[in-house]
Design a protein around this ligand. Structure first.
Ligand code: MG
Length: 163
């Protein structure tokens, strides 16, 4: 495999583990405020991010490429409002999508077809990730400062099933 591409996939493993860490920190924020629905959603999100990291990890292993695990940065732990948390999550997913697109461009440039095929799954997954977070952002914007409406959204997202 192309060395630069391997290095970029190793960076992506770090980004996915950081995502897991970020969402776990958001889960802790919600747990501390007894918003167990949002906390549940963030815990499942964190689990998914770890699975994403492991997909990249396994791909490098399968291709006989070197896995180089990096240090994971400390995520933030404080936000002003529930809406701020989900807006942050939405911006984060947009950033991850752009990183995956850059990775894809490199795989095309290097004519690395297996990497392109592997990335198709991630490109589709990011569309889903952005959609699900932006739906919650929209619901929270509608709820504005109404405590009752916020608790309804908390209840609703708490029904998210692990997939
Ligand atoms: Mg991810």
């Amino acid at each position: 495999m192309n060395e630069m591409l391997v290095s970029m996939i190793n960076d992506q493993i770090e980004h996915e583990f950081f995502s897991a860490y970020l969402y776990l920190s958001m889960a802790a924020y919600f747990e501390a405020r007894s918003l167990s629905g949002f906390a549940h959603w963030m815990r499942l999100q964190a689990d998914e991010e770890r699975e994403h990291a492991m997909k990249f990890f396994d791909f490098l292993v399968d291709r006989g490429a070197h896995v180089d695990l990096h240090a994971i940065s400390q995520p933030p732990s404080e936000w002003d409002t529930v809406l701020d948390v989900f807006e942050h999550a939405y911006q984060h997913e947009q950033k991850v999508s752009s990183l995956i697109h850059t990775l894809y461009e490199k795989a095309v440039q290097e004519k690395d077809y297996p990497t392109q095929v592997m990335l198709h799954w991630f490109i589709e997954e990011q569309v889903e990730e952005e959609k699900s977070v932006s739906e919650i952002v929209d619901m929270l914007r509608m709820a504005e400062d109404h405590r009752g409406a916020l608790l309804q959204v908390n209840h609703r997202v708490g029904k998210r099933a692990s997939d």
